[in-house]
Write a protein that binds this ligand. Structure first.
Ligand code: TMP
Length: 203
């Protein structure tokens, strides 16, 4: 293990909140300001991540699903996240273990337990940007993406959103950003949050 020199930021939220778009915009903005920046997307490209994606249209036992996300994350931490943090990158996570808490929590697994397991295998983020949006609006936004995966039903996403908001209430690292606004407005607010964090991490 090396010394962590970089900054770890997780972008979280239910499907259709604009996480990937925001991550790309923040990466370009950071690079234009001279930072090294990388996006790491979860689920990742490990055999476990591929298995998760292959199972999108199937029903899977909640514990089995949790296991797969954990195994995928463990590989991601070792192969992508820690090496980048050691090299001083600002690592932007397009989903991280807060998704694990909110989504698998919505299937009945205790969210605190999920956090505990994850914090044994993965570094804690310095900040979490939680893109919050009404699930009906989010589902309308992703309608043109084609077939929905099994996580993308209204009833389920309502629970997941509530879980994210519950987590935010007890974790001051989680900054809630209203993602029902335009991409530009969301980007502006996220930049302010990141600027603040980067200034603090230099102190
Ligand atoms: P994506 O749509 O961002 O590629 O993510 C795929 C799905 O995986 C998404 O619907 C949420 C789900 N997910 C979990 O249920 N738990 C997790 O830990 C992660 C990272 C994703």
């Amino acid at each position: 293990m090396c010394e962590k020199k970089g900054v770890l930021v997780a972008i979280e939220g239910i499907d259709g909140t604009g996480k990937t778009t925001l991550a790309e915009k923040l990466k370009s903005w950071l690079e234009s300001r001279g930072f090294k920046a990388a996006i790491v997307k979860e689920p990742g490209n490990s055999i476990w991540g591929r298995k998760i994606r292959e199972s999108y249209s199937e029903n899977m036992d909640a514990m089995e699903e949790l296991e797969l996300f954990l195994k995928d994350r463990a590989v991601d931490v070792k192969e992508n996240i820690l090496p980048k943090l050691c090299e001083g990158y600002v690592v932007l996570m397009d989903r991280y273990y807060y998704s694990n808490m909110a989504y698998q929590g919505a299937r009945g697994i205790d969210m605190h337990e999920i956090r505990g397991i994850n914090e044994n295998i993965a570094p804690e983020p310095d900040m979490v940007i939680l893109l919050d949006c009404d699930p009906e609006l989010c589902l309308r936004r992703i309608e043109n993406r084609g077939k929905r995966n099994r996580f993308e039903s209204l009833k389920y996403l309502k629970k997941v959103r509530q879980n994210f908001l519950d987590i935010a209430r007890e974790d001051e690292k989680v900054k809630v950003v209203d993602a029902s606004r335009s991409e530009e407005e969301v980007f502006e607010e996220a930049k302010k949050l990141l600027n603040h964090l980067l200034r603090k991490s230099k102190e």
